[in-house]
Design a protein around this ligand. Structure first.
Ligand SMILES: Cc1cc2nc3c(=O)[nH]c(=O)nc-3n(C[C@H](O)[C@H](O)[C@H](O)COP(=O)(O)O)c2cc1C
Length: 183
């Protein structure tokens, strides 16, 4: 037996993206966004309502997407609860510091180790389509070969059913490989 839940946004794992942007004064902001994902080798789409971040992206045509991780759960949730429109000390209260991206006019959040640096391509009915022009990663999440390693980096995923955050789990297989056994 299967139970029907109707039309719900239940897709697992859902990303927890922390979007970095600058306002008109060049001040950093960050917000939490779960509704979106990668749509090609170098494109990302995010559904954004009316936020300080949305205004900032329209101004600069650029943004960063860092992944929330286990070490920064409260800070990442906080930037999804409070708007930079209401709290000028939002970044400070989150404990986030930033460095300007070398590639786009948007801030890289120093505390989050993996960041996609993006330029806005266009807005499609509330959806921001961006091009990833660079990915930067803190050395702490690289393995001996210099590759980003999920053994060293612990991103969290958003549980849209229970409204909770979970850490991603263990490696359970190899893509484009394990299925060969069934050919
Ligand atoms: C788990 C979570 C996911 C969220 N996902 C989105 C989203 O995908 N799109 C959106 O517009 N807002 C989303 N929000 C709400 C914004 O993060 C929130 O309104 C934030 O305060 C906006 O900040 P800003 O006005 O400083 O840009 C989410 C919040 C949380 C906690």
């Amino acid at each position: 037996m299967r139970k029907n839940f109707g039309a719900k946004p239940f897709l697992f794992p859902q990303p927890v993206m922390i979007i970095g942007s600058y306002n008109e004064k060049g001040e950093s902001n960050a917000m939490n966004a779960a509704w979106g994902g990668i749509v090609g080798m170098d494109e990302i789409i995010i559904s954004l309502g009316s936020h300080q971040t949305t205004d900032n992206i329209m101004t600069n045509k650029a943004f960063t997407v860092s992944m929330a991780d286990v070490d920064h759960v409260a800070a990442c949730d906080y930037v999804g609860l409070v708007s930079g429109k209401d709290e000028p000390r939002k970044m400070e209260k989150a404990g986030f510091t930033t460095t300007k991206s070398d590639f786009v006019n948007a801030p890289v959040i120093n505390e989050l180790p993996l960041t996609l640096e993006c330029e806005m391509i266009k807005v499609l009915d509330g959806l921001i389509l961006g091009r990833i022009v660079n990915v930067s990663a803190d050395e702490s999440i690289l393995d001996q070969e210099g590759t980003i390693s999920l053994e060293k980096f612990a991103p969290i995923t958003y549980d849209t059913v229970g409204l909770k955050y979970y850490r991603l789990g263990d490696c359970v297989g190899k893509a484009f490989s394990d299925g060969k056994a069934l050919k």
